[in-house]
Design a protein around this ligand. Sequence first.
Ligand SMILES: [Zn+2]
Ligand SMILES: [Zn+2]
Length: 112
Amino acid sequence: MKKIEYREQALKIFPWVCASCGRDFSGKKLCELTVHHKDHNFKNNPPDGSNWELLCLYCHDNEHSRFLDAEWLPTEDADRKKGPTSTHNPFADLANLVKKRDQYKKKDKADE
Ligand SMILES: [Zn+2]
Ligand SMILES: [Zn+2]
């Protein structure tokens, strides 16, 4: 089962509250509610939800600070909010290339 699919399935089964702190995440805050795997195996997804627990981002983080495993990853919703992180400017490189090309030209002329 894909991550986004088991999340949707879990949201169908459980009430939209954090199982740890009990906060209500219905409505716009729903993206802060994540699916935790009780056995910490994200590949173990029984459709009855017996391995799942809904935890908010903060409680989920706490739950995993004691464990190093691959289950805790940002949700797709969180990824979508991120803008492009690259500060690389392709035009700066282009300007350098043009400069270099002009230098070669000048050199050629000097050799003549
Ligand atoms: Zn919580
Ligand atoms: Zn978890």
